[in-house]
Design a protein around this ligand. Sequence first.
Ligand code: HPA
Length: 273
Amino acid sequence: MDYNYEYFKKSADYILSKIDFKPEVAMILGSALGSLAEEIENPVVIPYEDIPNFLQSTVDSHAGELILGTLSGKKVVCMSGRFHYYEGYDFEQLVIPIRVFKLLGVQTTILTNAAGAVNLDYEAGDVMIIRDHIKIMGASPLRGKNIEEFGQRFFDVGDMYTERLRDVAKKCAANTELKVHEGVYFFWMGPQFESPSEIKAIRILGGDAAGMSTVTESLTAAHCGMDLLALSLMTNMAAGVLDQPITPHEVGVIANQSAGKLRGYLKDILVNL
Ligand code: HPA
């Protein structure tokens, strides 16, 4: 498949034909936060399957809709349900949503995810503002022919999690009951959770949380020069920290318990962007 500029433009043109405004903020909501999309005012809902050249969700807990409208006074485009490498997509395909959002005119992207807490000072239910990431598993999503319209072949990633937005998230942390940290997200390809020894290695390497998403989207956003904020909800202590297995059920329970507070926190951040 040739993922050229026209490929992404076809998706964007379809979406633009359904709305009469330009979204300024894109949000990709992980398992923990899909419900935030229900609060979007005057929503235009577009099933992924209707969008030409878009991808389809295969994970049950993720809805497959794009929702466009107003949230906290901002024009937003929101993905309720994201795409992951472990679903079988190639890294090159995982650039699609962010590139399409760029072509809608989006300048700021907010990503959320569920992650396992590697840092022993964290607890399940805490939030981590991603300051940086480690991705040493798998190819770059920017591999392949570069599309100059989006960005340069080689690009800096030293400040890709925009400092100004992290500062906003840190200030808003004072208004939530959630405990908010700042740390390093370790990208794990999955779908199996890490082994206890892998988590020990991740800790030694400098990871504070481990998860199976987000970094592909972050890198795509950095390549095309978007401002970026990414938040992880600790749905569990990572493997080997507690003497119990990690189950999708446990991840879902914490995600649901924290969803309300996390929604409030995110809306506060949106207001203060
Ligand atoms: N590891 C990787 N991904 C995750 C985890 C975890 O422990 N919890 C939720 N997503």
